[in-house]
Design a protein around this ligand. Structure first.
Ligand code: G3H
Ligand code: 13P
Ligand code: ZN
Length: 332
């Protein structure tokens, strides 16, 4: 049993309060390996941004939860060594069961998401409430993110017109029954690099897909019903076309890639949206640079010389997000 304070971590409570009143969002970046974590910490220290390190179930399986937990501890020490102690949260992304959330809480996570969004409403309430009761009764309060509505996604064969947007009529009941600390909502974002089908988008003359806009009207209704309550956006990668083109130039195939335009995320960050989840953009940046190095330097076989440049690019990307998209730079 480890409490997150022993690892130098914080929960999301104070961070979200400041982010909502300050009109910015905290970056929630997923990590699975050392290079991703190093670049996140370097970028967030350099831009003086708080950060949420997200671990998915897939990441736990890939990297081992003990290794990830100790990497998060290392991350806080690394920030200190770099000269600036930024607040660091270790968060379970898309927790699928009470047992998984409990396991993470007991092993040192400072925040968990219980994702009951696919369940019938009453079951989502019951599961989320159970996780909150456990998380909130720890010696050190662990924060909980719940979800209402389901993200659209090409993978699920759900189109944006027929996606399960969050119903504003449910949010007050959900938050008051469960006591969640933050709420993930569905307003048109989706996971992965193909956020919309081509026939849902318009096209620029040079064939670049322009996605349908996010449903800011739903966000506004939710904000009216839950004034000042922390809202979370998943599926918020922008899928930069430069990386898609670089990957394709060096042999990859990523047709029909489309993300959420940065201006829309900037607008969301100024509202009650105080946590923005980004994973796919980091994958694209790393893959683009790794492909480039492998093609341009066929004699290279030291992974440090392949992953190192990818890490540097990732750091630039995260610093850009903090400064120009989320507005979290200078808030640590
Ligand atoms: O929301 C999903 C995240 O991008 C994590 O993805 O389950 O492949 O680690 P993953
Ligand atoms: P992206 O796939 O858009 O990066 O979303 C990541 C996410 O929501 C993690 O929970
Ligand atoms: Zn997500």
């Amino acid at each position: 049993m480890t409490s997150y304070t022993e690892l130098g971590l914080v929960n999301t409570k104070e961070l979200f309060k400041k982010a909502v009143s300050g009109g910015y969002a905290i970056p929630a970046y997923n990590f699975n390996n050392m290079e991703q974590l190093q670049s996140i910490i370097q970028a967030c220290v350099e831009t003086k941004s708080p950060v949420i390190l997200q671990v998915s179930n897939g990441a736990r399986k890939y990297a081992n939860q003990n290794i990830l937990k100790n990497m998060a501890k290392g991350a806080t020490e690394y920030a200190h060594e770099l000269g600036y102690d930024i607040p660091v949260v270790l968060h379970l992304d898309h927790g699928s069961s009470f047992e998984l959330c409990k396991d993470c809480i007991e092993s040192g996570f400072s925040s968990v998401m219980i994702d009951g969004s696919h369940l019938p409403y009453d079951e989502n309430v019951a599961l989320t409430k159970k996780v909150c009761e456990f998380a909130h009764s720890q010696k050190d309060y662990v924060t909980v993110e719940g979800e209402l509505g389901q993200l659209a996604g090409v993978e699920d064969d759900v189109s944006s017109e027929h996606s399960h947007y969050t119903q504003p009529s449910e949010v007050v009941d959900f938050v008051s029954k469960t006591k969640v600390d933050s709420l993930a909502i569905s307003i048109g974002t989706s996971h992965g690099r193909m956020k919309f089908k081509p026939d849902q988008c318009t096209k620029t003359p040079d064939g670049i897909l322009i996605p349908p806009p996010l449903r800011f009207d739903i966000l506004e209704e939710i904000e009216k019903k839950l004034p000042g309550f922390p809202i979370v956006l998943h599926g918020s990668s922008s899928v930069p076309i430069e990386y898609v083109h670089m990957i394709e130039k060096y042999g990859g195939k990523l047709s029909d890639s489309v993300g959420i335009p940065e201006e829309q995320l900037r607008k969301a960050a100024k509202s009650a949206v105080c946590k923005i989840n980004i994973d796919s953009d980091g994958r694209l940046a790393m893959t683009a640079i790794m492909r480039k190095v492998l093609v341009e330097k066929p004699e290279e076989f030291d992974p440090r010389n392949i992953l190192g440049p990818a890490r540097d690019e990732l750091k630039k990307l995260y610093a850009h997000k903090n400064q120009n998209v989320l507005g979290s730079a200078g808030q640590a």
